[in-house]
Design a protein around this ligand. Structure first.
Ligand SMILES: [Zn+2]
Length: 107
């Protein structure tokens, strides 16, 4: 318990996750490391156990981008002005690129 207070004073953040070994709340240090104050060792999260909030964020971003891609694609189908077609194609490319990057987030 004393150690936890010390960590907080050092600017560490208490996480909502608990140590898989002893159940003590984990702390994230200023340098980004996650440690258990009881086991006194860094905790590495297993892959696939990603931050659910970040995961939800990523899903939302992907959804928004997909929706926009659909919208732009519909407009592109109807467009006959070469300038507009160029602009829409540019936008489409950017959106697809963004979607590609969003998919790789946290991977
Ligand atoms: Zn522990």
């Amino acid at each position: 318990m004393k150690k936890m207070g010390e960590l907080l004073r050092q600017g560490a953040r208490m996480l909502s996750d608990a140590c898989p070994e002893c159940g003590t709340p984990l702390f994230q240090l200023k340098n980004g490391d996650t440690i258990c104050p009881m086991c006194n060792k860094p905790v590495k999260f297993v892959k696939g156990d990603a931050d659910p909030q970040a995961e939800a964020h990523k899903k939302r971003l992907e959804e928004s981008l997909r929706k926009k891609i659909d919208e732009i694609q519909t407009r592109l189908d109807e467009a006959d002005d070469p300038v507009l077609i160029g602009e829409l194609t540019d936008t489409l490319m950017k959106l697809m690129d963004a979607l590609d990057r969003a998919k790789k987030l946290g991977a």
